[in-house]
Design a protein around this ligand. Structure first.
Ligand code: FAD
Ligand code: NAI
Length: 454
């Protein structure tokens, strides 16, 4: 049989593309070498959020006194948190498998390798069988970057150095944890292990944490975590990983931190090794597959979606990219818009944002103004966040009186931010946003408060 589409990789990009294409009437083969659901469901978004929720409940219990609740002898059971996380993952992955079945997708387990093309389509070898597909969608995702620091290989072999895969299944809470990289994974894991009782130190080579997040917001986040006992070593680079210690250099001075475990979270790289891209001439750039705004590679009929194209390594981007690719396969007009993709850091407090920051707007020479307000303008935020220091920043394009960016720190930001994204995506003018009714009291009213200050 010749498939209309072969999808390599069963993560968010791959499984969603397969499902949409199946429902769209295409015959689809999905190849997955490990677990359906990919990194996101098995060793990324979902397991980390399940664990972080357990930690949040613990934080609330410990802080109960602020709200008139005295909980004594609060005990954290990490194994129970991990077991619950596994249950959540199992339920979700089972759901995906059944959705694929309903869409008529054939799933085959094994490593997919592109062997070439013949007059009928592209040939993909899985185990010892070769399948042919008229179109290919490459959705092989990403893997952690492991820099060539002295001692890293031995550290990985000994189980001292962990990546996201191992740390999410760690059997017990280490007494001390050094996190290399103060980006999203580093901060979320620092948050969990700090709550769970580890002594956490984050080593970050830049002078700030949280990457491209608004600087004032990342500063507030760092202040919150310093208060909780997390230590940060900024402008610092790891130079050696030893037996139970990590050495880093800062201002040319070498320092050592003893640790029971170390997390390597310095970024991720697209997975393309052994795929056989060269056999059909798919172009790559710095290890990522090059695509246009429809997800097309340079080879007609071959698409790439999700982390493997290296544009925006987020699950919701992967979903949308997959949809755009399939729309194109089905003859529908669709394309990617990357300027309105929200980001969230699931720390406690949460950070979320969408669109331009002050820094990016200035770089683009946009004539903008910033509305900055405390999250305490929201009655519900005040009621539920004793001592909270969250802020919300709105970036307004003065030329057309439109919202072009929204960034916030404070809980529920993750659930609110899509609203701001929608206002930006649809190009709503400030006067139209003012007419929207927000439920009261909610934290999302902060957007309304901010808009009325424009
Ligand atoms: P992946 O999920 O990586 O899936 C690719 C799949 O392809 C894998 O299952 C792999 O086994 C398979 N594969 C690879 N090569 C082959 C081959 N040759 N043959 C067959 N199969 C193959 N994003 C968010 O938006 N929100 C979050 O909260 C979030 N949290 C995260 C937390 C962690 C700890 C990590 C590591 C990532 C997180 N991410 C989050 C990022 C998110 O997981 C990725 O953006 C998302 O998984 C990308 O989806 P994908 O389908 O491109 O790739
Ligand atoms: P990241 O790119 O977010 O952060 C890596 C950090 O490590 C950066 O701050 C960088 O400056 C620093 N760094 C790099 N090399 C270093 C070195 N040698 N020493 C010290 N610091 C160094 O990457 P991370 O955290 O690994 O996450 C990968 C990707 O996974 C993210 O970019 C994101 O796309 C996705 N993700 C998304 C989440 C979410 O949406 N909530 C959660 C977790 C991951």
């Amino acid at each position: 049989m010749i498939y209309d589409l072969i999808v390599i990789g069963g993560g968010p990009a791959g499984y969603l593309a397969a499902e949409r294409a199946g429902h769209g009437g295409l015959s689809v083969l999905l190849v997955e070498k490990r677990f359906i659901g990919g990194v996101c469901l098995n060793e990324g978004c979902i397991p980390s959020k399940a664990l972080l929720y357990s930690a949040k409940i613990l934080d609330y219990a410990k802080e109960g006194q602020k709200y008139g609740v005295k909980a004594e002898n609060v005990v954290f059971d990490h194994s129970a948190a991990v077991a619950r996380k596994n249950k959540v993952v199992k339920t979700l992955t089972a759901g995906i498998k059944s959705q694929l079945k309903n869409a008529g997708v054939t799933v085959v387990e094994g490593f997919g390798e592109i062997m070439g093309r013949n007059h009928e389509g592209f040939e993909v070898k899985v185990n010892d069988q070769v399948f042919t597909g008229q179109r290919l969608l490459i959705a092989t995702g990403s893997a952690p970057v492991v820099p060539p620091v002295a001692g890293v290989k031995e550290g990985l072999d000994r189980g001292f150095v962990l990546t996201n895969r191992e740390i999410l299944d760690i059997k017990s809470v280490p007494s001390s944890l050094v996190v290399i990289g103060g980006g999203v994974i580093g901060l979320e894991m620092a948050s969990y292990f700090n709550s769970a009782g580890s002594k956490v130190t984050v080593i970050e080579m830049l002078d700030h944490i949280a990457g491209n997040t608004d600087r004032e917001i990342s500063g507030i986040l760092m202040k919150n975590y310093k208060k909780k006992g997390v230590e940060f070593r900024l402008n610092s680079r790891v130079v050696e990983i030893g037996d139970g210690f990590v050495a880093y250099e800062s201002d040319g001075v070498r320092n050592e931190i003893p640790a029971e475990k170390m997390l390597m979270s310095v970024g991720r790289k697209p997975v393309v090794d052994g795929l056989g891209l060269e056999r059909i001439g798919v172009e790559t750039e710095n290890g990522r597959i090059k695509v246009d705004d429809i997800g097309r590679t340079n080879v007609p009929g071959v698409y790439a979606a999700g982390d493997v194209n290296g544009v925006s390594m987020l699950a919701h981007t992967a979903y949308r990219e997959a949809e755009v690719c399939v729309s194109h396969m089905l003859g529908k007009d669709d394309h990617m818009r990357y300027d309105t993709i929200p980001y969230v850091i699931y720390t406690n407090p949460e950070v979320a944002g969408v669109g331009e920051t002050e820094e990016t707007a200035a770089r683009k020479n946009i004539d903008f103004k910033v509305i900055k307000l405390s999250m305490r303008y929201s009655g519900r935020y005040l009621a539920e966040n004793e001592g909270g220091d969250g802020i919300c920043k709105l970036i307004i394009d003065k030329a057309n009186n439109r919202l072009i960016g929204a960034h916030m720190i404070g809980n529920y930001s993750s659930e609110i931010i899509y609203g701001a994204g929608m206002m930006i995506e649809t190009g709503m003018e400030i006067d139209d946003i003012k007419k929207l009714v927000f439920p009261h009291p909610t934290v999302c009213e902060i957007l309304r408060e901010g808009i009325f200050q424009v």
